[in-house]
Design a protein around this ligand. Structure first.
Ligand code: 9MR
Length: 613
């Protein structure tokens, strides 16, 4: 899109420097373990600050070297602001304004409580009363290091732009020019203009080893393959962000090749992937191939050096339905841009409908990994949720009531979405569009179902010593995305009822977790925060010869499964769930990146930027 507003932040991102503030913090509905958290804002700016490190009154033996856990990006003036403090003896904290060393706030800490996923005893500091833009330091006697944080009106704009730009960095079939990619420029690879039909995907009109073209799209993750199931949820998540915060995205400039057109850059970026998705449909029957892949994962080489043959593999029901849902949603979004992309919206809708019809005629074709293929599977033996999602999106876009009937709302028990569980995505869309639906839509029930899920999440956080709505069971492969998907639920529900500030605050806490308020001390977004992943399991980041990681990518995060531990020469630092994170390239189970992990980061960072007023 044609504006030049955020170039400076992109320079910062392209240079792979820390784009966030110092340390930040968190927020949440209520301090979980104590009613004792209270604070008072200083009335004058002349009070002197205490030393940033140890208080003179505290003996060195009692000083904790553990860090204060805090959002490292910063806060908006009206964000709730929380930090997790090691359980030292102190019962109070203070906030120093760095501009003049004055004490801006003093407050009480909550009582110590143990956070089970990390077996840490901690206290919480609530410094939400700091509502003036600036740079601050949070100090607690007995904690060696103070924590820095910033407050600003545009707290999450750079993070959000970086998270979207990561999709550009993961584009297949194209050269990345220095003008857009800076030091991360690279030669084109995976043109995918000659892709073989794998034996598992053969049909009369497309026999085994016949050739199709299916270029573009985003690499799924740290590998160079593309999978429809995961592409679908990722693309929908970005579309949902656009549907929710279109005015915000209309003003975002990402410096991507299409930035000079008059289409929002987010939609330019999404279109790159939609074009690939369209090519993954067999025009002869409407079925959709599950993935486009090499037979095995490539080595850690740049795209241009991976010249292995590429295949489309097996048509599946899950792929057809993910495709149908995503393209139906995209059709209504791109209808706004008919002048720029003539016929695109209609093409998307036709493709969505034929894929859905194929799925209804082939309702139980599950992915089976062929013996000669070893890349990711995204296998799913239950596609009832995919049917609900696709039906919901087709209904919203076409207003044809029979699609609504297919949703079967009575059977939809919402849960936090992930690539294998997508029914709640349909609920999100129905709730977002409830004002435009036909008479058959049970809008009150839709809203209640969403509300109930959001309430469950808030309650989950209310007893957490870290003040976050996650527990030991949430630390699985890609946990950071699950954590942000919890926030996404809360933020969809909040937009439907803005009196529910507990939803917004619980979502803030979840973002805080991902960008620093967690036991690892990492902000899990490359290049954004004080301590960020350097060695992500991402082929271009590993092979480009440039130290550190390409910016804007969310690492998978702590994963109690530690499925990769035998592949890594370095051990995980702990067996505890929330500490099972290893910033090593070998750690595909905790330190890979993926498009479906970045997508909720885009949604949540935009939401907190826009909705925190
Ligand atoms: O995100 C996927 C995770 O839920 C699974 O547990 C894991 C193992 O099957 O696979 C993850 O997806 C990977 C995909 O199969 C291939 N590209 C990289 C993805 C992220 O690790």
């Amino acid at each position: 899109m044609r504006t030049i507003s955020t170039i400076s932040l992109l320079i910062c991102c392209l240079a792979n420097v820390s784009c966030g503030g110092g340390g930040g913090s968190g927020s949440s509905p209520k301090p979980p373990s104590s009613a004792a958290v209270s604070s008072s804002v200083a009335t004058t700016s002349s009070q002197s600050s205490s030393p940033a490190s140890s208080s003179a009154a505290t003996s060195s033996a009692a000083i904790s070297q553990a860090l204060i856990k805090i959002n490292q990006i910063g806060f908006k003036p009206n964000s709730q602001k929380w930090a997790v403090i090691p359980a030292v003896a102190a019962t109070t904290f203070r906030v120093i304004n760095k501009s003049d060393n004055s004490t801006a706030l003093t407050g009480n800490l909550s009582a110590a409580a143990t956070w089970v996923p990390a077996q840490e005893s901690v206290k919480l500091a609530d410094f939400s009363a700091i509502t003036t833009a600036g740079s601050y330091e949070l100090q607690v006697d007995g904690v060696e290091k103070a924590a820095e944080f910033t407050v600003s009106d545009n707290a999450y704009e750079a993070l959000n732009a970086g998270a979207v730009k990561a999709f550009y960095f993961n584009r297949a079939s194209t050269e990345l020019l220095e003008a857009h990619a800076g030091v991360y420029k690279r030669a084109a690879g995976h043109m995918d203009d000659k892709v073989y039909i794998h034996a598992s995907a053969k049909s009369a009109l497309r026999p085994e080893r016949s050739v199709i073209a299916a270029p573009k799209g985003w690499y799924d993750a740290g590998d160079y393959n593309l999978y429809i199931v995961n592409s679908g949820i990722s693309t929908y998540t970005l579309l949902a962000a656009y549907e929710s915060f279109g005015d915000y995205f209309k003003h975002q400039h990402l410096n991507i090749p299409e930035s000079d057109d008059d289409v929002p850059d987010l939609l330019n970026e999404i279109r790159w992937n939609l074009e690939w998705m369209l090519a993954m449909q067999d025009p002869n029957d409407g079925g959709v191939y599950h993935k486009l892949t090499s037979k095995n994962f490539s080595g850690f080489v740049m795209p241009a050096s991976d010249v292995s043959d590429r295949y489309v593999v097996q048509k599946t029901t899950a792929a057809a339905l993910n495709f149908a849902a995503t393209l139906a949603a995209a059709s209504r979004v791109y209808a706004e841009y008919e002048t720029q992309f003539p016929g695109f919206s209609a093409t998307l809708l036709t493709a969505a409908k034929t894929a859905y019809d194929w799925a209804k005629a082939n309702p139980r074709i599950y992915y089976t990994q062929p013996a000669d293929i070893s890349t990711g599977t995204y296998g799913d033996g239950d596609v009832s949720d995919e049917f609900m999602w696709a039906a919901a999106e087709l209904y919203i876009t076409t207003k044809i009531d029979s699609y609504y009937t297919d949703v079967n709302l009575a059977n939809l028990t919402p849960d936090v979405p992930w690539w294998g569980g997508v029914k709640t995505l349909g609920l999100f869309s129905l709730a977002r569009h409830s004002a435009e639906l036909t008479a058959v839509a049970e809008t009150a029930i839709i809203k209640t179902k969403l509300d109930n899920l959001a309430t469950t999440i808030v309650n989950k956080g209310s007893s957490s010593a870290y003040g976050v709505a996650i527990n030991t069971g949430d630390f699985n492969w890609g946990s950071n995305s699950g954590i942000l998907n919890h926030a996404w639920v809360l933020l969809e529900a909040y937009q439907r009822d803005k009196s529910k500030t507990a939803y917004l605050n619980a979502a803030q806490s979840l973002l805080d977790y991902v960008v620093g308020r967690n036991p690892t001390d990492y902000s899990f977004v490359t290049g954004f925060g004080k301590k960020t992943p350097q060695n992500i399991h991402h082929r271009p980041s590993g092979a480009d010869g440039i130290p550190g990681a390409i910016p804007g990518f969310l690492a998978g995060g702590a994963n109690a499964g530690q499925e990769d531990k035998s592949s890594c020469s370095k051990p995980y630092p702990s067996t505890l769930a929330a500490k099972s994170y290893l910033d090593e390239e070998c750690s595909y189970a905790s330190n890979e990146i993926a498009i479906n992990w970045n997508a909720p980061l885009v949604y949540v960072s935009a939401a907190l930027q826009v909705l925190t007023e």
